[in-house]
Design a binder for this molecule. Sequence first.
Ligand code: ADP
Length: 478
Amino acid sequence: MSLRDLIEFRHTLVFRLTMWYTAIFAISTSVVFIFFYFLLTAIIKDKIDQDLHGKVNRFSRVFSNQGVNTVIRNAIIETQAAGEEKIFFRLIDLSGQVFSSSNISYWEDIKVDENVIYNLLRGSDYVFQTISATNRKHKVRVLYSYIDPGIVMQLGHSMENSTRIFEVFRKTFFVTMSAIIIFAALIGSFLAKRALSGVWKVTRTAQHISEGSIDERVPVTERGDELDQLATTFNQMLDRIQKLIITTKEMSDNIAHDLRSPVTRIRGEAEIAITTSTSIDEYQNMASGTVEECDRLLDMINTMLMISKTESGVQEINKSNIDIVKTLKSACDLFQPMAKNKGLKLICNNSDNIMLNGDTRKIQRMIANLLDNAIKYSTSEGNIYLSAFLDNEKSVVISVKDTGIGIEDKDIPHIFNRFYRCDPSRPQGGAGLGLSLAKAIVEAHDGKITVKSVKNAGSTFIVTIPNEGSSNASASFA
Ligand code: ADP
């Protein structure tokens, strides 16, 4: 690992998580150690105190049975047996004068504390002191206690053993802590790396995608944990983006294709007019052809804009109460001549009023598109049925049924896509935008549009729009 890698590693989440893990581990271990340290200190001190107390009580009993000389003798033997550097005693009268002691040469610096004698005179039974002198390696625990109402015994005990235990404890603490910190750092970094491996997978996939492989997806395990949820959401987002890219590409291809033909035609006609036309009539013909083509182009561009605006919600839906039966009848009247021209029967026999809360112009446009298609894709002698009914008082259903050429099963999933035409070679076909606009309008009203079709038998387009806000007293399907 180079110095740069190391500096970069310091800014990673793995490093931060590892540090947190190690710190928490070290702090909790220290707390446990400190707790045990104080517990051990208290236990050892308590043990020394009990020891000293036991001894003084024993000397007090010896004093009352056998007198002071036996006490002195026994005490000297005991200090010699324990080690004169470990334990000492002094016998003190109530004026604070020492009248007997063990070999005190090692304990000269530990004097008789007059305040303690004063405290004893004022009624205390005994007094404990812990003395730490600068020239001594170990602390000394000293007990002052009466062995007789007129004699105080000062009994001192070196805390050498306990100091040793604490030293061992401290050394163990540092060694253990170092090991624990290294161990915690290793475990912490392992856990952090493992926990973040899912995030790395997402990052890697995002990198590959940014390099061009849009088909790649983050692998999802069966655990269903947060990282799987992240991966699933990320994959869903990619699916949507990919779909959008494909749709946009298809759309721009289609736009380019659909614009090229009329523009080429306009150019061709203009060129012919320039090179061959001699009379004003010929120029007029060319101009009216150009106007027609331009109108078609404008219509296509306007429809595309309308679809985009309706889909994105830029164009507001101006809702009002529409009498849908009246709207269907008007549409029938409007399209009747066109249907008649093709020898088709346009049947619209709804009776009751059905109200729909929607945008009048958009709903009219949607019905017109469906009706226009029904006529366009019907052969003569066919019928077209236009009807509306209320479904459970909850939604208005509009149906446009024809007995025309029908749609092949393979085309049905695509017919609502922009520029999709089942058979572009059909003379009656348009730009492939009519159904996408109808769908955008229906969806802008929170509704849905479906189709049922049988090849060479006809198609039925069903539009269902929720009728919240409209006032339908009663309605029936005719
Ligand atoms: P177009 O302008 O080509 O009619 P649409 O978006 O309105 O575009 O329709 C898409 C395609 O769906 C049409 O090309 C046509 O093949 C098919 N289609 C739509 N309506 C009908 C229908 N009533 N009967 C048969 N085919 C239909």
